[in-house]
Design a protein around this ligand. Structure first.
Ligand code: ZN
Length: 236
């Protein structure tokens, strides 16, 4: 199996919140994308594992993507130990994508920061022959870090997602257990989400404004990438 991009999320809905506009855009261009959630979000205050699983499938459909799998690492215990690392290495080797999307290493949520380290380490070790898993060694070329709700991180680049914004919101709204609609007013009023739809929109507008578009999603690359044509990179 060969995919172009593996997008890792810590909990079901993280991918939709942080970078689904970009995923919708890339899927439309024909890139093969697989979403891999590390946990089932079982320690979350809202929603059950079953609800979140159902919602994540609906959201995947809305984004126009084909595959999603869950590594079932225990929520809130995302340590970089051998067992967890081998689960991530195995899935990297299974899909053999050159590009990996992962959370920023300094995310406010400790699970997201822990996931970032676990995935980045696995991406490195995945190329080592002496680490045995179900699939042959494979080392991805690039790790692209997406940014959560922080607005004080300088992005390497911002993807213009203005045309994809309506669909992005629809994918997020698929998680009714996390973002209840007006029909569920009591629950809605009880919740005080730090990553509410309003805060998310402010983030996307903020990063969009930096590059002169209505909505944007920020990404970071930790290590320099090689190119023989820097002008093409700037205008692609
Ligand atoms: Zn999360």
């Amino acid at each position: 199996m060969k995919e172009d991009i593996i997008v890792f999320g810590t909990h079901p809905d993280d991918v939709e919140l942080c970078c689904s506009g970009t995923l919708i855009k890339l899927a439309k261009k024909g890139y093969k994308i697989v979403v891999v959630d590390l946990t089932r979000g079982e320690k979350g205050t809202r929603g059950t594992v079953q609800e979140r699983e159902k919602e994540s499938k609906i959201a995947l459909d809305i984004m126009g993507l084909d595959f999603r799998e869950n590594l079932k690492i225990p929520d809130t215990s995302i340590e970089t130990n051998e067992d967890n690392r081998n689960k991530v290495i195995n899935v990297i080797r299974k899909y053999r994508a050159e590009v990996i999307f992962l959370p920023h290493w300094d995310d406010i949520h400790p699970d997201h920061a822990a996931a970032s380290k676990l995935i980045a380490d696995a991406s490195f070790y995945s190329g080592l022959e002496k680490i045995k898993t179900d699939y042959k060694p494979f080392k991805p070329l690039y790790n692209l870090f997406y940014i959560g709700r922080r607005k004080d991180i300088d992005a390497t680049f911002v993807v213009d997602i203005t045309d994809e914004y309506t669909l992005k919101m629809k994918a997020i709204r698929a998680y009714n257990s996390q973002f209840p609609d007006d029909k569920n007013k009591d629950l809605k009023e009880k919740l005080d989400s730090p990553f509410s739809i309003e805060n998310l929109e402010a983030r996307d507008r903020f990063y969009g404004s930096i590059v002169g578009v209505e909505f944007g999603e920020p990404f970071l690359i930790k290590n320099p990438f090689k190119t023989s044509d820097p002008i093409k990179v700037l205008f692609s």
